[in-house]
Design a binder for this molecule. Sequence first.
Ligand SMILES: NC(=O)c1ccc[n+]([C@@H]2O[C@H](COP(=O)([O-])OP(=O)(O)OC[C@H]3O[C@@H](n4cnc5c(N)ncnc54)[C@H](O)[C@@H]3O)[C@@H](O)[C@H]2O)c1
Length: 321
Amino acid sequence: MSKKVTVLGGGVLGTQIGLMCAYYGYDTTFWLRSEGSIGRTQPKIERYSGMMLEDLKKAAALVGNPMGRFLYPKGMIKDWDNATAESLAELCAAGEANLKNCVHIELDKAKAVKDAYIVIESMSEDPQAKIEVYKQFRDLLDPETILVTNSSTLLPSMFAEYTGRPEKYLSLHFANTIWKNNTAEVMGHEGTGQEAYDEVVRFAESIGMVPLQLHKEQPGYILNSMLVPFLSSAQALWANGVAEPETIDLTWRLATGAPKGPFEILDIVGLETAYNINQMKPAAQQEGTLENRMGKLLKEKIDRGETGINAGKGFYDYTKK
Ligand SMILES: NC(=O)c1ccc[n+]([C@@H]2O[C@H](COP(=O)([O-])OP(=O)(O)OC[C@H]3O[C@@H](n4cnc5c(N)ncnc54)[C@H](O)[C@@H]3O)[C@@H](O)[C@H]2O)c1
């Protein structure tokens, strides 16, 4: 019998994570809190499964193309170098069957986590709600079950005491569109046991992720610890009137060989997120500071509906061919 994985929360990331587990044959259960949640999660399951399989089918056309290695859905194909049209067709058939047969939804808490090898908490980024749920599940989990959180900004040490299993609790942080952007940052707190940590690394690999191991707690993990200051520096150059976003991006691309500049990345992240991060800085609230000006400039764009690539316009216009 395949191992069971339970995902708490059926939002954007929870759904994607659960589907990756199912794709690789794990018996996957989404625990949702109400019938209403089922109505919201079911369409996401269908939409993301469709996107995953579509990307896998498209990958067949990339076999033999030198650009293929940059474009294939990395989380879904473990051995791109030896992939053929036939092997991808087989993968697609197996994946489609798994996505259909290995996904379950459960409202009952005890049933949802019974016999689970690993439970992945991917609920809203609300510390109080997470604590409540950890308390409700702590006595329902099997003693051996490993519990991980996908939280982007909260540290596992904030929650360890509520889980009833601090040595088997840690962070496993995925990126959006995980079947393509297959990073999994693994981060324990001081009380996380090495055995559980190593098992989570193996689990991440087993679902097509590249485990990125952190040796200690770090707010923002590895990626956001670099990305947030980088994007802030670019916005500061813009807000200070030093150069236009296009020039700043061009500088970065030409000088480093990177495919995208900071403002192209900001359009993908979304300007609302960039604005929220900026507003958390105390200086953003003080009139006359650079951070305050950055906030105002971002807000003007947001108010015009220029919130990034999903809106068709951000720092760049994506409606033009
Ligand atoms: N969206 C991203 O790009 C992204 C990337 C990496 C990590 N994350 C992290 O993943 C987690 C989930 O983010 P998301 O974007 O999927 O959020 P989301 O808003 O899409 O989904 C949140 C889910 O949590 C459920 N939920 C909220 N409160 C609950 C409660 N009290 N009891 C039961 N269920 C509850 C909601 O019904 C929903 O299904 C967060 O911790 C976030 O930091 C998000």
